[in-house]
Design a protein around this ligand. Structure first.
Ligand code: ATP
Ligand code: LTN
Length: 337
């Protein structure tokens, strides 16, 4: 990587709170891969976010390495991108504290993901779940990111990040880049196969609702065949009124790269069961090589460890530079200034 040609910067992350899904490819990973050549990229495994929901420690450890291996298996190139674990870089928590003093209580209360997650985890509505978006803002702002490729559900958090960056810049002096979200036209919100009004999620208790990237071919076939569709008969793309079949069309598009319009034109008169068979076949062909690469990469823990160690060192240098500026501007005294 050449330092002289200054490329714009990307930051994004995924929580190691379960096995990654087709939704992660659609909303995040595939866009990371597409953009990585033209940007300086930081791809983080956000374990500090993951503990806002109670985690079994052994699972969190395992999923952290799974997540790193899946980044590589889907095509992230360690020569292009810095891959690291959030808790290895203490500046994230430090900047989050500073930003929390600039965030209004009402402003944080308006975050819809907090409202949704506190309904899902009514027995554990902790303060970390509430301040979660502020930590996410710190993640992004530490690296002076210009672009944040995420799924639709994260748009509001990126908007908060922009507000906080601008607020800090106005109160003190220009310090942070103000990032833009990058949300794909299709696949920004893949839906549950069992309830097309809900997002496909790695934490859904019904495993049939979600395509996991480690699912074997039979599981993929079965889940697609059993996907809940609507009462119509034609293959039409209309996410508002026909969310079930539209979701399958998006999945087919993801797996084959065939444009949505072309799929609809070619398959309009097919039966649901014909179409599901085609989606299942295409998806098996798409996921199988990812799964095979994942297994290979995941089995070499020593290489993953060394990748994450050098990633954290590189990330920490950049993050520390921003944090030092912030501390100086807000008036923290340091003997080094
Ligand atoms: P969960 O899958 O447990 O609900 P999450 O989506 O809340 O988790 P992460 O796993 O950290 O959180 O998601 C990381 C990235 O993947 C985000 O950019 C998110 O928008 C994207 N993503 C996750 N699920 C989907 C989905 N079903 N469709 C599109 N993008 C998704
Ligand atoms: N909140 C995100 C994960 C996340 C993230 C980030 C995404 C944490 N920090 C910074 C982009 C940039 C989610 O999808 N749940």
């Amino acid at each position: 990587m050449s330092d002289s040609a200054k490329r714009p910067i990307i930051f994004s992350g995924i929580q190691p709170s379960g096995e990654l899904t087709l939704g992660h490819i659609a909303g995040a990973l595939r866009n990371w891969v597409a953009l990585q050549r033209d940007y300086e990229c930081y791809f983080c495994i956000v374990d500090m976010h993951a503990i806002t929901v109670r985690q079994v420690p052994a699972n969190l450890r395992r999923w952290t390495l799974d997540c790193a291996a899946m980044y590589l298996a889907t095509g992230i190139q360690p020569e292009q991108a810095t891959i690291f674990v959030q808790s290895h870089v203490p500046a994230h928590a430090e900047l989050a504290w500073v930003l929390s003093t600039l965030t209004g209580f009402g402003e944080a209360s308006r975050m819809t993901q907090f409202k949704e997650k506190s309904e899902q985890h009514a027995h554990n509505i902790n303060v970390g779940l509430f301040t979660y978006p502020i930590l996410m803002a710190a993640d992004i702002l530490l690296y002076q990111a210009d672009l944040v490729p995420v799924g639709e559900d994260q748009k509001q958090h990126v908007e908060l990040t922009r507000d906080l960056a601008q607020r800090f810049n106005n109160i003190y002096s220009p310090t942070f880049a103000v990032p833009e979200p990058y949300i794909p036209r299709y696949g920004a919100r893949l839906m549950s196969l069992q309830d097309p009004h809900k997002k496909m999620s790695k934490s859904d208790p019904n495993r049939n609702a979600t395509i996991f990237l480690v699912d074997d071919n039979d599981a993929i076939q079965r889940k697609i065949q059993r996907a809940v569709t609507d009462s119509g008969t034609t293959i039409e793309y209309d996410p508002e009124n026909r969310p079930g079949i539209s979701n399958l069309i998006e999945i087919y598009h993801l797996a084959t790269d065939e444009p949505i319009e072309a799929i609809v034109e070619r398959c309009r008169e097919w039966t649901y069961s014909q179409f599901k068979a085609a989606v299942a076949e295409a998806l098996v062909a798409y996921v199988e090589p990812v799964r095979t690469r994942f297994q290979q990469i995941r089995s070499d823990e020593a290489s993953l460890a060394s990748l994450l160690l050098s990633g954290a060192e590189r990330a920490a240098r950049v993050a520390q530079r921003t944090l030092r500026k912030v501390y100086r501007k807000i008036g923290f005294w340091s003997p080094k200034d």
